[in-house]
Design a protein around this ligand. Structure first.
Ligand code: DGY
Length: 321
């Protein structure tokens, strides 16, 4: 029997590419140029499975085209807001993702951004590199301590919980959270649920976002919610840029209505608004939440597990549609 034909839209960690070469007839993306919509359409017409990523917008138009060969999309990422899931379902295309294996790496980065923001790392490092540091001072460059402060988690799923655990047990922070439904797990650290996102935003010293992007969550963190934050509070986003009303966040940061932010994700990646880049009170990272060698390899392996299971007629280990 011929091996299923798989197209990978991005360059993958070497062991993942090796496994794809062994088990599939595979077209790899050696130079890592992101696929255009035209190239994605071609891939969907040619391949039995497409191993795709957050940079590939699998729209209803693309997935609704007649005559597609693709039966499975293995998304390299836990977030699937790049894929129109309803359209995939309608077209009879299965969708897999890569949960769990990136939880710790992403929670680590949320904590890193919390520290960067509250200890003013970007602003002070920039001052030093630009030769503006006048020497040690007892009263300059003061940030906010974390012990005894409140972290507000918006979205208490796996990554939200891992971030909260680090904040509670590692930094002695009080945890409050919003989650759409009551948690079905017992937490191994103290945490208090709040009924609304507004309550969390108004009470927290640091708000960390962990809700999925797209759909009803687009712009969910509204101008009014940002306005409810304390002027001394910080916002951390390692989820998706589109969950925040970005212009409202920029205005709040520029006008000092909140103290600062740490952002790993943006509404229209890879575009980052010039107004954000100009601000000193925000640390900006290029969507590297899951970017460790170990995690990206594990994510790739899980994406391949999904493909192998699908083509073997077995349940995919992580299936969304
Ligand atoms: C994820 O897994 O969702 C990461 O943000 C990369 O897409």
């Amino acid at each position: 029997m011929p091996l299923p034909r798989v197209i990978a839209t991005r360059k993958l960690p070497a062991p993942v590419e090796e496994r794809l070469r062994t088990n599939f007839t595979v077209a790899l993306n050696e130079d890592d140029t992101p696929f255009t919509p035209g190239r994605l359409a071609e891939a969907l017409r040619q391949a039995d499975g497409v191993l795709c990523a957050v940079t590939d917008r699998m729209s209803a138009d693309l997935l609704g085209t007649e005559g597609l060969q693709t039966r499975v999309l293995a998304n390299f990422g836990v977030g699937v807001n790049n894929i129109d899931l309803a359209a995939a379902e309608k077209a009879g295309i299965a969708v897999g993702n890569t949960p769990d294996v990136l939880t710790d790496a992403t929670a680590d980065l949320a904590i890193a951004l919390m520290l960067a923001a509250t200890r003013r790392m970007y602003e002070t490092e920039k001052m030093l590199r630009e030769g503006r540091w006048q020497g040690f001072s007892l009263t300059a460059q003061l940030g906010m301590g974390l012990s005894g402060k409140t972290i507000g988690i918006v979205g208490m799923g796996r990554i939200g919980q891992a971030t909260a655990r680090r904040a509670a047990l590692g930094f002695g922070m009080k945890v409050i959270y919003y989650n759409r439904s009551p948690l079905r797990v017992t937490l191994d650290f103290p945490a208090e649920r709040r009924e609304t996102i507004e309550e969390v935003m108004a009470e927290a010293d640091v708000v960390s976002l962990h809700i999925p992007g797209g759909g009803e969550n687009r712009g969910r963190i509204s101008a009014a919610m940002i306005a409810a934050m304390k002027p001394t509070a910080y916002l951390v986003n390692t989820a998706r840029g589109d969950v925040v009303e970005e212009p409202a966040l920029i205005a709040a940061l520029a006008e000092g209505r909140i103290a600062g932010a740490g952002l790993d994700v943006f509404a229209e990646e890879p575009k980052v608004p010039a107004e954000l880049i100009a601000l000193d009170n925000v640390t900006l990272l290029p969507h590297i939440g899951s970017a460790t060698l170990e995690t990206r390899t594990a994510m790739g392996m899980l994406a391949v597990d999904n493909l192998e299971a699908f083509f073997a007629g077995k349940p995919m280990p992580a299936r969304v549609v």
